[in-house]
Design a binder for this molecule. Structure first.
Ligand SMILES: [Zn+2]
Length: 274
């Protein structure tokens, strides 16, 4: 019995790190409750990269390399996944309450709200990043790994199947930044909850409504953009394009707020001159 007890204790120690654990490991003090607008100037420590990889099942054997100190996006795909995950810890994405009142019309996110087993302990004042990180760990249950199938196309930056997220090594490169990768993670995780995309006769992958994975990705990117982009003149307009990347693949977006300017373009005067 003693042996069993000791074994249980060891297993208990290996629990998945939580949002709060990760914030601590990544060097945020408990008082630093307001996340920061952008990554420039921040160092992601090797311990932080290791913990983010463990929390989400980043498969370093397949990506190659391994977790190490990072000072921003580069051209290594495994590193870009870490940078995208880090966005969930440091970006201002609002609060859990904000997501609940601003959830627009996305079926996947509504389903998450009703899943008290995974989200029931969240309170309104929690950072929204805590919800979104839980979204990843609840829906991407079998790890994140590279897709080396060579099927490069602008539709296939990443894909999802059976709890596993694949990142297309051909398409994700130095031009991919933390916001894009953050959005891709949110999008792929939604596939655990909603129907797969449709494909038009001309081969365009799309969703009929804003309720699917494109809507979830747009939701995340919009939440990032409206709170952070104005502080980041260099990336304000490019980040808006990432919202549109998702929105143009939604057949009927109706009143879905993240896509409301899909036809008219970015609102005037929001991005400062870069
Ligand atoms: Zn998708």
């Amino acid at each position: 019995m003693i042996t069993i007890a000791a074994f249980s204790l060891l297993v208990g120690c290996a629990k998945t790190p939580t949002y709060d654990d990760l914030r601590t490991t990544c060097g945020f003090s408990p008082e630093e409750s307001t996340p920061e607008p952008f990554l420039d100037g921040r160092i992601i420590s090797a311990d932080c990269a290791t913990a983010l990889g463990e929390a989400t099942g980043v498969n370093w054997d397949m990506f190659g390399g391994g977790p190490h100190e990072l000072d921003g996006p580069d051209d290594d795909v495994g590193d870009l996944v870490i940078v995208g995950l880090y966005t969930y810890l440091f970006s201002d994405l609002g609060t859990y309450h904000d997501i609940k009142v601003e959830t627009y019309d996305n079926e996947a996110i509504w389903l998450a709200f009703q899943d008290s087993d995974h989200y029931g302990d969240l309170v309104d004042t929690d950072p929204a990043g805590k919800f979104w990180l839980r979204w990843l760990t609840t829906n991407i249950t079998d790890g994140i790994m590279p897709d080396d199938s060579g099927r490069a196309s602008d539709m296939m930056y990443a894909s999802y199947g059976m709890g596993r997220m694949w990142v297309n090594r051909d398409d994700v490169d130095a031009g991919t930044d933390d916001v894009f990768m953050g959005e891709a993670l949110a999008h792929e995780a939604a596939h655990a909850l909603v129907r797969p995309h449709l494909r038009s006769e001309s081969g365009i992958v799309y969703d009929e409504t804003s309720g699917g994975a494109f809507g979830a990705g747009a939701h995340w990117a919009w939440d990032w953009w409206k709170r952070n982009a104005a502080a980041d003149p260099e990336r304000c307009a490019p980040a808006y394009q990432e919202i549109l990347f998702e929105c143009v693949r939604i057949g009927e977006w109706g009143g879905f707020a993240p896509c409301a300017t899909e036809q008219t373009g970015m609102p005037d005067g929001v991005c400062p001159p870069s």
